[in-house]
Design a protein around this ligand. Structure first.
Ligand code: NI
Length: 408
């Protein structure tokens, strides 16, 4: 194991021109840490060893860790002593999520998961390592850095509530802009996906309980069969996107769980449905909830049944600030990377909570980019795998983007 030595030097103004030997040493160090994190995946809010390791590595490098009340995750800070051209000194944040998924790993790699049934299948091990790398690089350049960077190592992204837990602390109070990133196995290493505007969707979840009256399978006239009601509700819900939402707006509804009955000759008293709604546009989100309620209640009433609906709002859509997206594009290209338009996704990321007025207390600009990790299995797949040669360039890109954004 090689240790982190603070011997490497960045040439004036350019971390990417770091002496080759130092760069190789940093890369080797980061790869070693990445493999450790990959071998030790921990689920949402159980990231105890992960947190301890991040703390150890940052502390070793002389990076300050802020007081923080949560059990897992941490916030580190690099304070620059330089000044922006306009004399300002801003505070920016980089969000790195740290949790893993309950998946049995099938990737054939020498550093596969040591906890069977848990796996870094979403690349958060890369997020941790690239975040640490960026912190090390910026720490070395703190004299040139025109402000403060907070590194938010966030727990519980996979359960979509980790960002809200961070927002309950005061660590975001002085942050003016926030950056986030995600591993992207649809692109090769060296390709950065970036887009202005919406990039991930608002995620809502619903549960429906259809209440009928159970009876003998041979005498449906004695009861109210909830199964045809549930079937009609499913059909009705699927018309919302085609008949109520603007055809140019990305949106979808999926019914993902249907449950009713216990045997072949008994009509059950109840049927249960669950599903998710994904929207980009705020008004579509409101429209969807109203139409789901109207459709479910109306159809149930038409069949003489009753329906209960539980609606759970999760993360809002992520909206990339135009100026930040342009800055990222420019910096990535200056680092020799290729930029491509980021694919919009109806997947969600709780990163969006950091930018929302409702949850953050004020609206702040943010930008979420996709880092190509080598074309392969999709995220959340049991054989998902990040190519390790992306780690150093990702760290360098993030460091440079943050450094340049402080000057804006
Ligand atoms: Ni993820």
């Amino acid at each position: 194991m090689i240790g982190w030595t603070k011997g490497f030097t960045a040439e004036e103004g350019r971390v990417n021109k770091m002496a080759l030997e130092d760069k190789r040493q940093l890369e080797q160090y980061l790869i070693e840490q990445f493999e450790w994190f990959h071998r030790h995946p921990e689920l949402s809010y159980e990231e105890v060893e992960t947190t301890a390791k991040i703390r150890e590595l940052l502390t070793e490098a002389g990076i300050e860790i802020l007081p923080y009340p949560l059990a897992t995750g941490l916030v580190a800070v690099v304070r620059g002593t330089g000044k922006a051209p306009d004399g300002s000194r801003k505070t920016l944040a980089l969000r790195c999520d740290i949790d893993a998924l309950p998946i049995v790993e099938e990737a054939e790699i020498p550093y596969d998961s040591e906890s069977r049934g848990k796996m870094h299948a979403c690349g958060h091990d890369l997020h941790i390592t690239a975040g640490i790398g960026a912190a090390l690089l910026l720490k070395e350049r703190s004299e040139e850095l025109c402000g403060t960077i907070k590194f938010i190592f966030q727990p519980g992204e996979e359960d979509a509530r980790g960002a809200m837990k961070i927002l309950e602390t005061d660590v975001m109070d002085d942050v003016e802009r926030i950056w986030g990133f995600h591993a992207d196995p649809t692109n090769e290493v060296g390709v950065i996906g970036i887009r202005e505007g919406y990039v991930t969707a608002a995620v809502d979840r619903f549960g429906i309980r259809v209440k009928g009256i159970g009876c003998h399978g041979a005498h449906p006239d004695d009861g109210i069969d909830p199964i045809p009601v549930a079937a009609a509700i499913i059909q009705g819900l699927h018309t919302i996107v085609g008949r109520n939402v603007n055809a140019f707006h990305p949106a979808l509804l999926s019914v993902t769980k249907v449950q009713a009955g216990t045997t072949w000759n008994v009509i059950p008293g109840e049927a249960e449905l669950e599903g998710t709604v994904r929207t980009m546009d705020r008004e579509d989100r409101v429209l969807y909830e109203r139409r789901v309620r109207e459709t479910v209640e109306g159809i149930a009433a038409a069949y003489g049944a009753k329906a209960e609906i539980v609606w759970i709002d999760s993360a809002p859509a992520t909206y990339n600030d135009g100026k930040m997206a342009q800055l990222c594009e420019k910096v990535a290209q200056s680092q020799g990377m290729r930029t491509v338009p980021e694919e919009m996704s109806l997947g969600g990321d709780d990163f969006s909570y950091y930018m929302e007025e409702e949850t953050m207390g004020r609206q702040i600009p943010g930008c979420y980019l996709k880092v190509g990790t080598g074309v392969g299995h999709p995220i959340h797949h049991p054989a998902f795998c990040v190519q390790k040669r992306v780690i150093l360039p990702a760290a360098e890109l993030l460091a440079k983007v943050l450094e340049e954004d402080l000057k804006q």
